[in-house]
Design a protein around this ligand. Structure first.
Ligand code: SF4
Ligand code: SF4
Length: 365
């Protein structure tokens, strides 16, 4: 495992994200997930990231069961407070200590600042409360994760000298969204970056045939996902890269990538950007499968799964699409969409979900 110094801590460059753990009967599959954590621990991964809302609260509960089996000093624990999910920061913080069975958090984040909530985090006292927890030793390093516009990010980053920040960063967004400007804002303030969505919720783990052929020709032994990891690792402000792993094969692939000392070259970057351009021509909806929209949908529509099929339809045409739509595990279908827009308020990617549900309904129902 490769490490990078963070204030005297040798932090593994791979961080274990716990928002997409394997599930069984609607909750985390304890056996499979614990095996994945154990393999990661034994391979030297020492950063474990969760949040109050992941798996509807089950992620913290699961980690509270599994992590105490390992020496507390052997890993760093990161969790988050999200004001849109529950604004009572005192209650949330106390519950997190109890669920995760710890007196302190190594890393603690203000979760998902957006243009609409960024001032509330300060005005309602959440930031001051968490700074006080840090002074009391219950938080070692305080940071934030960001899905806001650039002005909000700049404003929040200027609040005080944050210890770190978490950013959605991957080569696709680097080229086609505001990620480079976001990176620069943090770099100018020398705030170390924890990377989230390095493979865009799995979207960059397999590309279209043209893009994959370009990558395979350059490095036949690299997986498609590892290209994404190697790119973010090559950025100097990046500290640790989080991967939300769902299967043991992903753990193994990441461990191989993050143990490799190979330095990503300018030539590699050129090849990757060329492949990305070929891929972009076919991508329609940039959903990362974060599922922030799902709890808000009054009809219980499994939005990210429908968006995944929608992308497939845009790439491959209508053939077989209805069968794929019918196979989705969901309380309701796009035909039941009320176009109420509740989902829109929670989508960090700004995807026009109601319009897509309407399009799917008109074409396939
Ligand atoms: S617009 Fe449709 S998909 Fe979005 S929350 Fe409302 S019912 Fe659900
Ligand atoms: S539609 Fe938006 S909020 Fe919903 S899963 Fe996709 S990226 Fe996340």
């Amino acid at each position: 495992m490769r490490y990078k110094d963070f204030n005297g801590i040798g932090l593994s460059r791979l961080g274990f994200g716990n928002m997409r753990l394997p599930e069984k009967d609607g909750r985390i599959d304890r056996v499979k997930a614990a095996e994945m954590i154990d393999v990661a621990m034994k391979a030297g991964v020492n950063y474990y990231d969760t949040a109050f809302m992941y798996h509807s609260g089950d992620s913290e509960a699961f980690l509270g069961e599994v992590l105490p089996q390992y020496p507390r000093q052997s890993y760093c624990l990161a969790t988050k407070f999200n004001i849109d999910f529950d604004s009572d920061y005192r209650k949330v913080f106390a519950m997190q200590q109890e669920k995760l069975k710890t007196d302190y958090f190594d890393f603690y984040l203000i979760h998902c600042i957006t243009d609409s909530n960024v001032h509330r985090y300060v005005d309602e006292g959440g930031v001051d409360f968490l700074l006080e927890q840090q002074r009391q030793g219950r938080i070692r390093y305080l940071g934030f994760s960001c899905h806001s516009g650039l002005e909000s990010l700049r404003w929040f980053a200027n609040h005080h000298k944050w210890d770190f920040a978490q950013l959605q960063l991957n080569y696709f967004d680097w080229l086609y969204s505001a990620t480079q400007q976001e990176y620069k804002i943090l770099e100018e303030r020398d705030i170390p970056i924890m990377v989230m969505e390095p493979v865009r919720g799995g979207r960059l783990s397999s590309l279209n045939p043209e893009a994959e052929a370009i990558l395979h020709e350059a490095h036949p032994d690299w997986s498609i996902a590892s290209w994404a990891m190697r790119f973010v690792l090559s950025l100097p402000q990046v500290q640790t890269v989080l991967s939300g792993m769902s299967r043991m094969e992903q753990v193994q692939d990441n461990l191989a990538t993050f143990s490799d000392d190979y330095e990503f070259t300018h030539e590699d970057r050129d090849v990757l950007f060329k492949a990305c351009a070929a891929f972009k021509r076919q991508v329609q909806v940039p959903c990362t499968a974060c599922r922030y929209c799902c709890d808000e949908c009054p009809m219980g529509i499994n939005i990210p799964e429908f968006l995944k099929v929608y992308n497939k339809f845009k790439v491959d045409g209508t053939n077989g699409i209805k069968a794929k739509l019918d196979a989705i595990d969901s309380m309701s279908t796009p035909a039941d969409c009320l176009t109420c827009g509740e989902c829109l308020r929670h989508c960090p990617q700004g995807i026009r979900i109601p319009e897509i549900m309407t399009d799917l309904n008109e074409r396939f129902y």
